[in-house]
Design a protein around this ligand. Structure first.
Ligand code: BGC
Length: 437
Protein backbone atom coordinates (compact mmCIF):
# COMPACT_ATOMS: atom_id res chain seq x y z
CA UNK A 1 0.00 0.00 0.00
CA UNK A 2 1.30 3.49 -0.78
CA UNK A 3 0.53 6.37 1.62
CA UNK A 4 -3.20 6.32 2.31
CA UNK A 5 -5.29 9.45 2.49
CA UNK A 6 -8.51 8.37 4.12
CA UNK A 7 -11.57 9.10 6.15
CA UNK A 8 -12.85 7.08 9.11
CA UNK A 9 -16.28 6.22 10.52
CA UNK A 10 -17.77 3.59 12.82
CA UNK A 11 -20.80 1.37 12.49
CA UNK A 12 -23.00 2.46 15.38
CA UNK A 13 -22.28 6.13 14.69
CA UNK A 14 -23.51 6.10 11.09
CA UNK A 15 -25.26 2.93 9.96
CA UNK A 16 -28.74 2.84 11.48
CA UNK A 17 -30.88 -0.17 12.23
CA UNK A 18 -31.28 -3.76 11.11
CA UNK A 19 -29.05 -5.58 13.58
CA UNK A 20 -29.31 -7.44 16.84
CA UNK A 21 -29.22 -5.10 19.84
CA UNK A 22 -25.76 -3.94 20.88
CA UNK A 23 -24.78 -2.47 24.23
CA UNK A 24 -25.14 0.97 22.63
CA UNK A 25 -28.78 0.27 21.70
CA UNK A 26 -29.45 -0.68 25.30
CA UNK A 27 -27.53 2.28 26.70
CA UNK A 28 -29.12 4.93 24.47
CA UNK A 29 -32.64 3.63 25.10
CA UNK A 30 -32.15 3.23 28.80
CA UNK A 31 -32.27 6.56 30.60
CA UNK A 32 -30.38 9.79 30.62
CA UNK A 33 -27.02 8.89 29.17
CA UNK A 34 -27.04 10.97 25.98
CA UNK A 35 -27.11 14.79 26.16
CA UNK A 36 -29.80 15.22 23.51
CA UNK A 37 -31.60 11.93 24.32
CA UNK A 38 -30.79 10.68 20.84
CA UNK A 39 -29.92 7.15 19.71
CA UNK A 40 -28.10 5.53 16.80
CA UNK A 41 -31.34 3.89 15.59
CA UNK A 42 -31.08 5.77 12.29
CA UNK A 43 -27.93 7.93 12.63
CA UNK A 44 -26.81 8.70 9.05
CA UNK A 45 -28.88 5.84 7.59
CA UNK A 46 -25.65 4.73 5.96
CA UNK A 47 -26.84 1.15 5.67
CA UNK A 48 -29.31 2.36 3.04
CA UNK A 49 -27.27 5.25 1.67
CA UNK A 50 -23.81 3.70 1.45
CA UNK A 51 -23.67 4.06 -2.34
CA UNK A 52 -24.17 7.83 -2.01
CA UNK A 53 -21.53 7.95 0.72
CA UNK A 54 -19.02 5.96 -1.34
CA UNK A 55 -19.64 8.39 -4.21
CA UNK A 56 -18.85 11.27 -1.81
CA UNK A 57 -15.58 9.55 -0.94
CA UNK A 58 -14.71 8.98 -4.59
CA UNK A 59 -15.33 12.64 -5.32
CA UNK A 60 -13.16 13.54 -2.33
CA UNK A 61 -10.35 11.47 -3.81
CA UNK A 62 -9.53 9.41 -0.72
CA UNK A 63 -7.50 6.30 -1.36
CA UNK A 64 -8.74 4.44 1.73
CA UNK A 65 -11.86 4.24 3.87
CA UNK A 66 -11.75 3.06 7.48
CA UNK A 67 -15.13 1.70 8.59
CA UNK A 68 -16.09 -0.64 11.40
CA UNK A 69 -18.09 -3.82 11.17
CA UNK A 70 -21.13 -4.15 13.40
CA UNK A 71 -20.75 -7.51 15.10
CA UNK A 72 -24.50 -7.60 15.98
CA UNK A 73 -25.41 -6.93 12.32
CA UNK A 74 -23.25 -9.85 11.22
CA UNK A 75 -24.88 -12.01 13.91
CA UNK A 76 -28.32 -11.20 12.53
CA UNK A 77 -27.82 -10.82 8.79
CA UNK A 78 -24.47 -12.36 7.98
CA UNK A 79 -21.73 -10.54 6.12
CA UNK A 80 -23.73 -9.33 3.09
CA UNK A 81 -23.79 -5.61 3.86
CA UNK A 82 -20.01 -5.48 4.28
CA UNK A 83 -19.52 -7.58 1.19
CA UNK A 84 -21.44 -5.00 -0.84
CA UNK A 85 -19.70 -2.06 0.84
CA UNK A 86 -16.23 -3.49 0.17
CA UNK A 87 -17.05 -4.15 -3.46
CA UNK A 88 -18.46 -0.65 -3.88
CA UNK A 89 -15.23 0.80 -2.45
CA UNK A 90 -12.97 -1.33 -4.63
CA UNK A 91 -15.10 -0.38 -7.63
CA UNK A 92 -14.13 3.26 -6.98
CA UNK A 93 -10.47 2.52 -6.33
CA UNK A 94 -10.73 3.01 -2.53
CA UNK A 95 -8.91 0.58 -0.21
CA UNK A 96 -11.25 -0.92 2.41
CA UNK A 97 -9.81 -0.66 5.94
CA UNK A 98 -11.95 -2.65 8.37
CA UNK A 99 -12.11 -2.37 12.15
CA UNK A 100 -13.72 -5.40 13.79
CA UNK A 101 -14.87 -3.77 17.01
CA UNK A 102 -15.74 -0.14 17.62
CA UNK A 103 -17.51 -0.56 21.01
CA UNK A 104 -20.85 -2.05 19.85
CA UNK A 105 -20.74 -5.42 21.59
CA UNK A 106 -23.78 -7.64 20.97
CA UNK A 107 -26.00 -7.21 24.03
CA UNK A 108 -26.33 -10.99 24.42
CA UNK A 109 -22.58 -11.18 25.10
CA UNK A 110 -22.83 -8.35 27.62
CA UNK A 111 -25.60 -10.28 29.34
CA UNK A 112 -23.06 -13.06 29.84
CA UNK A 113 -20.47 -10.67 31.31
CA UNK A 114 -19.10 -8.90 28.23
CA UNK A 115 -15.38 -8.16 28.32
CA UNK A 116 -15.27 -8.98 32.04
CA UNK A 117 -15.57 -12.57 30.92
CA UNK A 118 -12.64 -14.38 29.34
CA UNK A 119 -14.87 -16.29 26.94
CA UNK A 120 -15.69 -13.01 25.11
CA UNK A 121 -12.10 -13.00 23.78
CA UNK A 122 -12.70 -16.41 22.24
CA UNK A 123 -16.04 -15.32 20.79
CA UNK A 124 -14.34 -12.27 19.29
CA UNK A 125 -11.76 -14.52 17.61
CA UNK A 126 -14.55 -16.65 16.13
CA UNK A 127 -16.19 -13.52 14.74
CA UNK A 128 -12.79 -12.37 13.36
CA UNK A 129 -12.39 -15.74 11.67
CA UNK A 130 -15.81 -15.36 10.05
CA UNK A 131 -15.02 -11.86 8.79
CA UNK A 132 -11.60 -12.95 7.55
CA UNK A 133 -13.19 -15.75 5.57
CA UNK A 134 -15.75 -13.36 4.06
CA UNK A 135 -13.53 -10.35 3.31
CA UNK A 136 -9.92 -11.50 3.70
CA UNK A 137 -9.31 -11.37 -0.03
CA UNK A 138 -10.45 -7.73 -0.33
CA UNK A 139 -9.84 -5.74 2.87
CA UNK A 140 -6.46 -3.99 2.53
CA UNK A 141 -5.82 -3.29 6.23
CA UNK A 142 -7.41 -4.95 9.25
CA UNK A 143 -7.74 -3.37 12.67
CA UNK A 144 -8.98 -5.52 15.53
CA UNK A 145 -10.17 -3.15 18.27
CA UNK A 146 -10.81 0.58 18.24
CA UNK A 147 -9.50 2.45 21.29
CA UNK A 148 -9.82 -0.30 23.89
CA UNK A 149 -8.71 2.17 26.56
CA UNK A 150 -11.68 4.47 25.87
CA UNK A 151 -14.01 1.47 25.98
CA UNK A 152 -12.41 0.55 29.32
CA UNK A 153 -12.27 3.98 30.97
CA UNK A 154 -15.43 5.64 29.59
CA UNK A 155 -17.55 2.50 29.29
CA UNK A 156 -16.45 0.39 32.25
CA UNK A 157 -15.11 2.93 34.78
CA UNK A 158 -16.77 6.33 34.40
CA UNK A 159 -19.91 4.72 32.98
CA UNK A 160 -20.54 7.54 30.51
CA UNK A 161 -20.37 5.16 27.55
CA UNK A 162 -22.01 1.76 27.15
CA UNK A 163 -22.14 -0.57 28.99
CA UNK A 164 -22.24 2.10 31.72
CA UNK A 165 -20.25 0.23 34.39
CA UNK A 166 -18.16 1.56 37.29
CA UNK A 167 -15.45 -1.03 37.74
CA UNK A 168 -12.92 1.28 39.39
CA UNK A 169 -11.95 -1.42 41.87
CA UNK A 170 -11.44 -4.17 39.32
CA UNK A 171 -10.93 -2.79 35.81
CA UNK A 172 -8.24 -5.14 34.55
CA UNK A 173 -10.32 -8.14 33.46
CA UNK A 174 -11.86 -5.86 30.80
CA UNK A 175 -8.36 -4.81 29.72
CA UNK A 176 -6.85 -8.28 29.68
CA UNK A 177 -9.74 -9.86 27.82
CA UNK A 178 -9.76 -7.13 25.17
CA UNK A 179 -6.02 -7.65 24.71
CA UNK A 180 -6.45 -11.40 24.51
CA UNK A 181 -9.32 -10.95 22.04
CA UNK A 182 -7.04 -8.78 19.91
CA UNK A 183 -4.25 -11.40 19.89
CA UNK A 184 -6.59 -14.30 19.11
CA UNK A 185 -8.24 -12.25 16.36
CA UNK A 186 -4.87 -11.50 14.77
CA UNK A 187 -4.16 -15.24 14.65
CA UNK A 188 -7.63 -15.96 13.22
CA UNK A 189 -7.31 -13.32 10.50
CA UNK A 190 -3.84 -14.50 9.44
CA UNK A 191 -5.34 -17.64 8.01
CA UNK A 192 -7.48 -15.65 5.59
CA UNK A 193 -5.52 -12.62 4.43
CA UNK A 194 -2.16 -11.39 3.24
CA UNK A 195 -3.10 -7.80 4.18
CA UNK A 196 -1.52 -6.03 7.17
CA UNK A 197 -3.24 -6.49 10.55
CA UNK A 198 -3.09 -4.14 13.54
CA UNK A 199 -5.07 -2.31 16.22
CA UNK A 200 -6.33 1.29 16.44
CA UNK A 201 -5.32 2.76 19.79
CA UNK A 202 -6.00 6.19 21.13
CA UNK A 203 -2.99 8.16 22.31
CA UNK A 204 -3.34 11.27 24.44
CA UNK A 205 0.03 12.55 25.59
CA UNK A 206 -0.03 13.46 29.29
CA UNK A 207 1.47 16.74 30.45
CA UNK A 208 2.02 17.18 34.20
CA UNK A 209 0.42 20.50 35.13
CA UNK A 210 -0.52 22.36 38.28
CA UNK A 211 -4.07 23.56 39.02
CA UNK A 212 -3.53 26.55 36.69
CA UNK A 213 -2.98 24.18 33.76
CA UNK A 214 0.67 25.04 33.19
CA UNK A 215 3.68 22.72 33.39
CA UNK A 216 5.59 25.41 35.28
CA UNK A 217 3.43 24.94 38.37
CA UNK A 218 3.55 21.12 38.35
CA UNK A 219 4.75 19.38 41.52
CA UNK A 220 6.25 15.91 41.96
CA UNK A 221 2.76 14.64 42.81
CA UNK A 222 1.47 16.06 39.51
CA UNK A 223 4.33 14.35 37.66
CA UNK A 224 3.51 11.02 39.31
CA UNK A 225 -0.12 11.51 38.27
CA UNK A 226 0.91 12.15 34.65
CA UNK A 227 2.94 8.92 34.66
CA UNK A 228 -0.09 7.00 35.95
CA UNK A 229 -2.28 8.57 33.25
CA UNK A 230 0.30 7.63 30.63
CA UNK A 231 0.46 4.02 31.84
CA UNK A 232 -3.30 3.59 31.57
CA UNK A 233 -4.08 5.63 28.46
CA UNK A 234 -1.00 5.24 26.32
CA UNK A 235 0.76 2.05 27.43
CA UNK A 236 -1.81 -0.45 28.69
CA UNK A 237 -2.93 -1.49 25.20
CA UNK A 238 0.46 -1.07 23.52
CA UNK A 239 3.18 -2.48 25.79
CA UNK A 240 1.63 -5.98 26.02
CA UNK A 241 1.14 -6.10 22.24
CA UNK A 242 4.56 -4.77 21.20
CA UNK A 243 6.69 -5.78 24.20
CA UNK A 244 4.82 -8.78 25.60
CA UNK A 245 4.47 -7.27 29.09
CA UNK A 246 2.15 -5.00 31.03
CA UNK A 247 3.29 -1.51 32.06
CA UNK A 248 3.57 -0.53 35.72
CA UNK A 249 -0.05 -0.25 36.90
CA UNK A 250 0.62 -0.21 40.63
CA UNK A 251 -0.98 3.22 41.01
CA UNK A 252 -4.38 1.67 40.13
CA UNK A 253 -6.84 -0.18 42.34
CA UNK A 254 -7.22 -3.79 41.28
CA UNK A 255 -3.71 -4.10 39.83
CA UNK A 256 -2.87 -6.93 42.25
CA UNK A 257 -5.52 -9.12 40.62
CA UNK A 258 -4.01 -8.75 37.14
CA UNK A 259 -1.41 -11.50 37.62
CA UNK A 260 -4.19 -13.98 38.43
CA UNK A 261 -5.91 -13.23 35.12
CA UNK A 262 -2.91 -14.01 32.95
CA UNK A 263 -2.84 -17.68 32.01
CA UNK A 264 0.08 -19.51 30.42
CA UNK A 265 0.43 -18.47 26.80
CA UNK A 266 -1.72 -15.33 27.11
CA UNK A 267 1.13 -12.84 26.78
CA UNK A 268 2.47 -14.68 23.73
CA UNK A 269 -0.98 -14.66 22.15
CA UNK A 270 -1.38 -10.94 22.88
CA UNK A 271 2.07 -10.18 21.46
CA UNK A 272 1.36 -11.95 18.15
CA UNK A 273 3.28 -9.84 15.60
CA UNK A 274 1.26 -7.04 14.01
CA UNK A 275 2.01 -5.17 10.79
CA UNK A 276 0.43 -1.82 11.58
CA UNK A 277 -0.20 0.38 14.60
CA UNK A 278 -3.25 2.60 14.27
CA UNK A 279 -2.79 5.90 16.11
CA UNK A 280 -5.92 7.90 16.92
CA UNK A 281 -4.94 11.38 18.08
CA UNK A 282 -7.09 14.34 19.07
CA UNK A 283 -5.26 16.23 21.82
CA UNK A 284 -2.96 15.95 24.82
CA UNK A 285 -4.31 16.18 28.39
CA UNK A 286 -3.06 17.91 31.47
CA UNK A 287 -2.75 15.59 34.45
CA UNK A 288 -2.35 16.48 38.09
CA UNK A 289 -2.46 14.93 41.54
CA UNK A 290 -5.87 13.37 42.25
CA UNK A 291 -8.37 15.32 44.32
CA UNK A 292 -10.09 13.69 47.29
CA UNK A 293 -12.66 11.13 46.21
CA UNK A 294 -11.21 10.57 42.73
CA UNK A 295 -11.03 6.79 42.27
CA UNK A 296 -8.22 7.24 39.72
CA UNK A 297 -4.65 8.30 40.59
CA UNK A 298 -4.84 11.47 38.51
CA UNK A 299 -7.08 14.47 37.88
CA UNK A 300 -7.46 15.56 34.31
CA UNK A 301 -6.76 19.26 33.92
CA UNK A 302 -7.22 21.54 30.96
CA UNK A 303 -3.91 22.54 29.41
CA UNK A 304 -3.67 26.31 29.56
CA UNK A 305 -2.75 28.44 26.58
CA UNK A 306 -4.29 26.68 23.59
CA UNK A 307 -7.36 27.36 21.46
CA UNK A 308 -10.23 24.95 22.12
CA UNK A 309 -12.54 23.06 19.80
CA UNK A 310 -16.30 23.11 20.31
CA UNK A 311 -15.78 19.97 22.42
CA UNK A 312 -13.45 21.99 24.65
CA UNK A 313 -10.39 20.01 23.55
CA UNK A 314 -7.11 21.95 23.19
CA UNK A 315 -5.70 22.25 19.67
CA UNK A 316 -2.04 21.19 19.87
CA UNK A 317 -0.81 19.92 16.50
CA UNK A 318 2.85 19.79 17.59
CA UNK A 319 1.90 17.13 20.14
CA UNK A 320 0.99 14.80 17.26
CA UNK A 321 4.48 15.13 15.80
CA UNK A 322 6.02 14.58 19.23
CA UNK A 323 3.78 11.58 19.86
CA UNK A 324 4.77 9.88 16.61
CA UNK A 325 8.45 10.50 17.27
CA UNK A 326 8.10 9.31 20.87
CA UNK A 327 6.34 6.10 19.86
CA UNK A 328 9.36 5.27 17.77
CA UNK A 329 11.70 6.10 20.62
CA UNK A 330 9.62 4.12 23.09
CA UNK A 331 9.21 0.95 21.04
CA UNK A 332 12.19 1.03 18.67
CA UNK A 333 12.39 -2.01 16.41
CA UNK A 334 9.19 -3.41 17.95
CA UNK A 335 7.13 -0.59 16.40
CA UNK A 336 5.40 -1.56 13.15
CA UNK A 337 4.50 1.07 10.52
CA UNK A 338 2.05 3.64 11.85
CA UNK A 339 -1.25 4.68 10.31
CA UNK A 340 -2.88 7.77 11.83
CA UNK A 341 -6.27 6.11 11.91
CA UNK A 342 -8.20 9.06 13.38
CA UNK A 343 -7.65 12.78 13.66
CA UNK A 344 -10.27 15.49 13.59
CA UNK A 345 -12.29 18.03 15.54
CA UNK A 346 -15.81 19.15 16.42
CA UNK A 347 -16.96 22.67 15.66
CA UNK A 348 -20.39 24.28 15.78
CA UNK A 349 -20.89 23.94 12.03
CA UNK A 350 -24.00 25.51 10.55
CA UNK A 351 -25.22 25.89 7.03
CA UNK A 352 -25.14 29.50 5.83
CA UNK A 353 -28.00 31.27 4.01
CA UNK A 354 -26.61 30.03 0.69
CA UNK A 355 -26.61 26.45 1.97
CA UNK A 356 -22.84 26.14 2.28
CA UNK A 357 -20.82 25.35 5.39
CA UNK A 358 -17.67 27.34 5.94
CA UNK A 359 -15.83 25.37 8.66
CA UNK A 360 -12.65 27.43 8.57
CA UNK A 361 -11.61 26.23 12.06
CA UNK A 362 -11.61 22.61 10.88
CA UNK A 363 -9.53 23.52 7.83
CA UNK A 364 -6.88 25.10 10.06
CA UNK A 365 -6.98 22.18 12.48
CA UNK A 366 -6.50 19.61 9.73
CA UNK A 367 -3.89 21.63 7.90
CA UNK A 368 -1.78 21.95 11.05
CA UNK A 369 -2.13 18.27 11.94
CA UNK A 370 -1.25 17.07 8.44
CA UNK A 371 1.83 19.31 8.68
CA UNK A 372 2.69 17.66 12.01
CA UNK A 373 2.50 14.21 10.39
CA UNK A 374 4.73 15.45 7.61
CA UNK A 375 7.28 16.64 10.20
CA UNK A 376 7.25 13.22 11.87
CA UNK A 377 7.81 11.56 8.49
CA UNK A 378 10.69 13.96 7.85
CA UNK A 379 12.12 12.93 11.24
CA UNK A 380 12.15 9.34 10.00
CA UNK A 381 8.95 7.91 11.50
CA UNK A 382 7.35 5.31 9.23
CA UNK A 383 3.81 6.69 8.79
CA UNK A 384 1.77 5.03 6.03
CA UNK A 385 -1.58 6.73 6.22
CA UNK A 386 -3.74 9.54 7.60
CA UNK A 387 -7.50 9.26 8.18
CA UNK A 388 -9.73 12.21 9.03
CA UNK A 389 -12.39 11.58 11.64
CA UNK A 390 -14.91 11.77 10.11
CA UNK A 391 -16.49 11.59 6.68
CA UNK A 392 -19.94 12.55 7.98
CA UNK A 393 -21.38 14.35 10.98
CA UNK A 394 -22.62 11.45 13.08
CA UNK A 395 -23.78 10.11 16.44
CA UNK A 396 -21.06 11.30 18.80
CA UNK A 397 -21.64 8.82 21.66
CA UNK A 398 -22.66 10.56 24.92
CA UNK A 399 -22.85 13.87 23.02
CA UNK A 400 -25.49 12.52 20.64
CA UNK A 401 -25.80 14.71 17.55
CA UNK A 402 -24.58 17.87 19.27
CA UNK A 403 -20.94 17.54 18.18
CA UNK A 404 -20.20 17.56 14.45
CA UNK A 405 -16.91 16.06 13.25
CA UNK A 406 -17.71 15.57 9.55
CA UNK A 407 -16.12 16.84 6.36
CA UNK A 408 -19.70 16.49 5.15
CA UNK A 409 -22.58 18.17 6.98
CA UNK A 410 -25.57 15.94 7.62
CA UNK A 411 -29.06 17.30 8.19
CA UNK A 412 -30.36 14.52 10.44
CA UNK A 413 -34.02 15.35 9.70
CA UNK A 414 -33.68 14.93 5.93
CA UNK A 415 -30.40 12.97 5.67
CA UNK A 416 -29.20 15.58 3.22
CA UNK A 417 -25.39 15.59 2.87
CA UNK A 418 -23.57 18.88 2.19
CA UNK A 419 -19.78 18.91 1.74
CA UNK A 420 -18.18 21.54 3.96
CA UNK A 421 -15.24 23.81 3.12
CA UNK A 422 -12.98 21.26 4.85
CA UNK A 423 -14.09 18.60 2.34
CA UNK A 424 -12.91 20.84 -0.48
CA UNK A 425 -9.68 21.60 1.35
CA UNK A 426 -9.00 17.87 1.89
CA UNK A 427 -9.82 17.07 -1.74
CA UNK A 428 -7.26 19.67 -2.88
CA UNK A 429 -4.72 18.45 -0.35
CA UNK A 430 -5.02 14.85 -1.58
CA UNK A 431 -4.80 15.92 -5.21
CA UNK A 432 -1.73 18.08 -4.53
CA UNK A 433 0.38 15.91 -2.29
CA UNK A 434 1.83 12.55 -3.02
CA UNK A 435 4.13 11.01 -0.43
CA UNK A 436 4.79 7.87 -2.36
CA UNK A 437 8.44 7.01 -2.62
C1 BGC B 1 -13.57 7.47 18.60
C2 BGC B 1 -14.69 7.95 17.71
C3 BGC B 1 -15.20 9.29 18.21
C4 BGC B 1 -14.08 10.28 18.13
C5 BGC B 1 -14.43 11.69 18.57
C6 BGC B 1 -12.63 8.54 19.04
O1 BGC B 1 -12.40 8.40 20.39
O2 BGC B 1 -12.91 6.37 18.03
O3 BGC B 1 -15.70 6.97 17.69
O4 BGC B 1 -16.32 9.72 17.53
O5 BGC B 1 -13.01 9.86 18.94
O6 BGC B 1 -14.79 11.72 19.91
Amino acid sequence: MSFSWGVATSAYQIEGGGRLPSIWDTFTHDGDHIVDDSTGDVACDHVNRYAEDVALMAELGVTAYRFSISWPRVERDGTGFYDRLVDALLGRGIDPVATLFHWDLPQVLQDDGGWQRRDTAQRFAEYADRMGRALGDRVRLWLTLNEPVVHLVYGHMWGIHAPGLHLFDDPFPVAHHQLLGHGLAVAALRGHTASPIGIANSYSPAVAVGPDGTPESATDADRAAALAYDALHNRLFTDPILLGRYPDLTAFAGHERLAGLIRDGDLDAIAAPIDALGVNYYNPFGAGAPSAGNPLPYDMRLLAGYPLTYFGWPVVPGALRDLLVELRERYGAALPPIHVTENGCAYDDRLGPDGSCDDADRVSYLEAHVAAVREAVAAGVDVRGYFVWSLLDNFEWAEGFTKRFGLVHVDFATQRRTPKASYKWYRDQIARVSWDG
